[in-house]
Design a protein around this ligand. Structure first.
Ligand SMILES: [Zn+2]
Length: 458
């Protein structure tokens, strides 16, 4: 069992009388960016509001709005959270979405997205976005890729065509997509891997991190936000035969902020496999390169969950406490609570959306497999404690019917509920951390029926 802040609290009998240190402010900008900041030019600002042991709540200010942390980021692989329109995501309180560079690069292609003002304009999403570097997706292609010092050659899963990603081209792709936070190009070390292989992979990721940063610093002004020329071109193109009124009513370009000095922010990624010493070295050397935030990558790749927690805790010790810390690709509701307690600020996972499409729903009473015949006549809401639009309106019997009938609406409603459950869980985590009550909240979460093993990450 991980030695989490909550178990500390239980052992020491500390309760709601925990003292809350005064909030302190930090500018989450890399040292190399210089010491002169102001609101107009600052691209990322991280304010830690309360901290309790290792857990903390904060606010991440991005060029597209504020994000309360710790935050769970829904995955919108191809500029879409499968089945859920953007206005519903807004209603659910989603403040930041994740997009996958690999998928968007293949379809619809970077030039299309760039000309539409980046992802914000293209998908009409005015709030914050984070894109991955494509490294993990390419890593998952297994037989379809070849790694060299220069980069990775891979074959498209769509049509088998050959492509090449390097740190430089991954930066160019992410600058074109225009997310608020972008990731350095890394190699995700496979599991299991021996010491020599893990070390060599970590060294490659460090060299790629330097190249990523160098290219980003040189080209970061090329982000397509609010480019009048690009937006005007896009608008004119869309006027032709498509009904300009409709387009402007949809306001796809209202999502693009006015031109400003703001740029994207590039995060570094710590690798090092399951070796604590290599994780320490990777963290320290990545911090030396200097980024405004750091991710822990290379986990949830098939290792036991107890080992994931151990590596996360060990890695966090070597990351700056005053900068955002992002754990990539986790986890179950129970796990995201535990990682928040360890001091993780940002997480993403396909689990809530993918599980929903398979009829697996997370509720305050444990996991529900809505396909089961036992729900056929069940008039109760899916989760009596959930305030989402699905639980407020529909019965378990109806949701079971939609699933059994293979209705598209089943996927839509299930996904909305699961996302709502995850976002609500994080809201409760933040509230509990603020009150110093996370021990009570965690005990509540742990008393739920045991979740089954989650599907693997996309
Ligand atoms: Zn619900």
């Amino acid at each position: 069992m991980t030695h989490c802040v909550a178990s500390d609290a239980l052992v020491r009998g500390r309760g709601i009388s925990w003292s809350v240190p005064p909030a302190f402010r930090t500018r989450a900008s890399a040292p190399a960016l210089g010491g002169c900041y102001n609101r107009k030019t600052m691209s990322l600002d991280f304010l830690i509001e309360t901290s309790d042991g290792k857990a903390r709540t904060g606010r991440l200010h991005t060029p597209h709005g504020e994000v309360e942390t710790p935050v769970f980021m829904p995955v919108g692989t191809v500029a879409s959270v499968k089945g859920v329109p953007q206005d519903v995501l807004e209603e659910l309180g989603v403040e930041i979405l994740l997009g996958n560079t690999y998928h968007l690069y293949l379809r619809p292609g970077l030039e299309t997205v760039r000309r539409m003002g980046g992802l914000h304009g293209f998908m009409s999403w005015p709030r914050a976005i984070l894109t991955d570097s494509g490294g993990f997706q390419v890593f998952s292609l297994n037989e379809l890729r070849k790694v060299t010092e220069e980069g990775v050659t891979f074959r498209s899963h769509l049509d088998g065509s050959s492509h090449f990603f390097s740190p430089e081209s991954a930066m160019e792709a992410q600058i074109g997509l225009g997310a608020d936070i972008i990731m350095a190009f890394d190699e995700c070390t496979e599991y299991p891997a021996d010491g020599e292989r893990t070390k060599a992979s970590m060294e490659l990721t460090l060299r790629w991190a330097e190249r990523s940063k160098k290219h980003f610093e040189k080209h970061k002004r090329e982000v397509p936000w609010g480019s009048p020329q690009l937006s005007a071109v896009s608008f004119q193109e869309n006027r032709v035969g498509t009904g300009a009124e409709l387009r402007s009513a949809g306001q796809p370009w209202a999502a693009v902020p006015a031109p400003s000095q703001q740029t994207q922010s590039l995060f570094g990624i710590v690798q090092g496999g399951m070796d604590r010493e290599l994780r320490r070295e990777s963290a320290q050397r990545t911090v030396e390169i200097g980024f405004p935030g750091y991710a822990i990558g290379g986990l949830s790749v098939g290792e036991p969950r107890s080992l994931t927690r151990e590596i996360v805790a060990a890695t966090l010790e070597h990351l700056p406490a005053d900068q955002p810390r992002y754990l990539m690709g986790v986890g179950t509701p129970e796990e995201i609570v535990e990682y928040a307690c360890l001091g993780i600020d940002m997480m993403d996972c396909v689990l809530p959306t993918r599980a929903a499409r398979h009829g697996l729903l997370f509720t305050s009473e444990g996991k529900v497999s809505i396909k089961q015949a036992r729900y056929a006549q069940d008039q109760a809401p899916l989760d009596p404690d959930c305030s989402c639009r699905v639980c407020q309106r529909y019965s378990r019997a109806y949701l079971r019917h939609l699933y059994a009938a293979n209705e598209v609406l089943a996927q839509v409603l299930n996904t909305i509920h699961n996302l709502s459950f995850y976002l609500d869980t994080m809201r409760r985590v933040r509230h509990s951390i603020r009150l110093g009550e996370e021990s009570r909240f965690l005990a509540d979460i742990r008393s739920r029926p045991n979740p089954s093993t989650p599907p693997k990450q996309a």
